[in-house]
Design a protein around this ligand. Structure first.
Ligand SMILES: [Zn+2]
Length: 241
């Protein structure tokens, strides 16, 4: 799903050190390459920077990181997260074979979006850590994790103000979670829409009500901050026993 950006050719050319200073290329032909190089470099740098902010400051991400650590699956910024260019309009993904979270540097443009993507993918990573999820053979396992990710990451909390007026907050939230889970399954698996809908509906009740490691659905940042403090107190209490 996510293709890595090919390395820039020309580094091995006899460039007399100009490779170190891409803006100082000689000749017209090399200008475009240096522009492309700079663009990718900038996107990557910006992505890594926003990732750092999300992991250090976002209460959803901080809670999930601590919960993973407590479950024996500590996630490290450099080893378990990767900023890459992605095809289409995908924002991120969880690669279960390497336990790596991919962040699409060409499609994530602002911090709030980065926070949501990091949280969404961390919920998949948390599920992968705590349960033996059969991501590839059991579409219901995937459906359950997608429901939880959509429900708990804030994917459905901020957006569609109009729809909220239309359906009321609670019903809109459920409808949004169901729709997003179905869309996520269709994006990563070659299954029919009917199959995806059926899988989501079959596990919806139990997975929608499974808020682990949050104690409730955090609907905004202050909810998440509260949940984070609660989580820390809970852990402190357990470690004191
Ligand atoms: Zn997902």
């Amino acid at each position: 799903m996510n293709s890595e950006q090919p390395r820039q050719p020309g580094a091995e050319e006899d460039d007399f050190g100009y490779g170190l200073f891409p803006e100082r290329r000689r000749g017209e032909g090399k200008k475009e390459r240096s522009f492309l190089y700079r663009r990718i470099f900038t996107l990557n740098k910006r992505c890594i920077c926003m990732l750092k902010v999300a992991l250090e400051q976002n209460p959803y991400a901080k809670l999930l990181l601590e919960a993973m650590k407590n479950s024996g699956c500590t996630a490290f910024k450099d080893r378990h997260f990767s900023c890459e260019d992605c095809a289409g309009c995908v924002s991120g993904g969880f690669d279960s074979s390497t336990s790596q979270i991919v962040l699409c540097q060409n499609n994530i443009h602002y911090q709030a979006h980065m926070n949501r993507v990091v949280t969404h993918e961390l919920i998949h990573a948390f599920d992968h850590c705590r349960a033996h999820v059969d991501w590839f053979n059991n579409v219901k396992h995937l459906a359950c994790s997608e429901i939880r990710a959509a429900n708990l990451s804030g994917d459905c909390s901020l957006k569609n103000e109009m729809a909220r007026f239309k359906f009321g907050l609670k019903q809109h939230h459920q409808t949004c979670v169901r729709d997003r889970a179905i869309r996520s399954i269709l994006a990563v698996r070659k299954v029919s829409k009917e199959m995806a809908e059926q899988a989501v509906d079959e596990v919806f009740e139990s997975c929608f009500n499974d808020h682990e490691p949050f104690d409730r659905v955090p609907h905004n940042k202050s909810d998440a901050n509260y949940a984070y403090r609660q989580f820390q107190n809970r852990e402190r209490y357990y470690t004191n026993l």
